[in-house]
Design a protein around this ligand. Structure first.
Ligand code: PXP
Length: 256
């Protein structure tokens, strides 16, 4: 299991004052020292946190691998093509949202055309591609036809589910989706809303080979530092298979 750390919210703190600190480039170095297997950033069309300069510098300095999250349109796609990161994840983007709210629309012809074009353009630059989708069978079938290398399963519904029954329903959905995506020949990633409290059952799901975690790690880093925050999350991810007796079956975390 690879752990990619999303450092968008280091840039959020910087942009709160439009100054030059804290620098996401430094955060990436510390995340790597803490054991991150890769660094993820989302360059949004409105540039609310990560800036073009960050992505360019990260591409130069990241030693593990850069996963560039982007919408399938506009000047951001041009930048991704130009710098050719190790990986790119296409995500939906709405100006008014606080964070990415759901998976991509991969079903409608209107939505598929720009996705297909973006995938082919990135692929021709040697970029490993991923589509961020809801953990639904139909969405995965539609996504597979667009021939990305991977899908990233949206774990937001699982993260937001309250109560053991709701958690179980969402975890089972993720487990089935991971198995289905794998059967379609896709590499399976997962992310959104994962925390120190809820990451274990997702990290233990068969076929999931990469997690993308951002907000919770940056939030913890404010108190304990980035390197330690990443190391603690890495330990959770690494221990997950040994701690979970039945993958896909929700068990309330000890002490809660
Ligand atoms: N994966 C994708 C596709 C995302 O858009 C985000 C948020 O930018 C994440 C993972 C990380 O989510 P979080 O910050 O909630 O850990």
């Amino acid at each position: 299991m690879r752990l990619f750390i999303n450092i968008d919210h280091v840039a959020t703190v910087r942009q709160a004052r439009r100054t030059d600190e804290p620098d996401p480039v430094r955060a990436a170095v510390l995340a790597e020292l803490g054991g991150a297997d890769g660094i993820t950033v989302h360059l949004r069309e409105d540039r609310r946190h990560v800036q073009d300069r960050d992505v360019r510098l990260l591409q130069e300095t990241v030693r593990t691998g850069l996963n560039f999250e982007l919408a399938a349109a506009g000047d951001v796609l041009g930048l991704a093509e130009e710098i050719a990161p190790m990986a790119a994840t296409l995500v939906p983007e709405k100006r008014e949202e606080v964070t990415t709210e759901g998976g991509l629309d991969v079903g409608s012809a209107e939505a598929r055309a720009p996705l297909n074009q973006a995938l082919r353009r990135l692929e021709s630059r040697g970029v490993r591609t991923s589509l961020f989708v809801d953990p639904d069978r139909q969405a995965l079938d539609d996504a597979a036809k667009l021939r990305p290398h991977a899908v990233e399963l949206h774990t937001g519904e699982f993260a937001n589910a309250r109560g053991d029954d709701a958690k179980q329903v969402e975890l089972a959905r993720l487990a089935q989706a991971a198995a289905h995506a794998h059967s379609l020949g896709l590499a399976v990633h997962a992310g959104h809303g994962l925390t120190y409290e809820n990451a274990t059952p997702v990290a233990a799901l068969p076929h999931v080979e990469e997690l993308n975690i951002g907000h919770s790690v940056v939030a913890r880093a404010v108190f304990v530092g980035m390197e330690r925050a990443v190391r603690e999350m890495k330990e959770i991810v690494e221990r997950a298979p040994a701690r979970v007796r039945e993958p896909g079956v929700w068990m309330p975390p000890a002490g809660i």
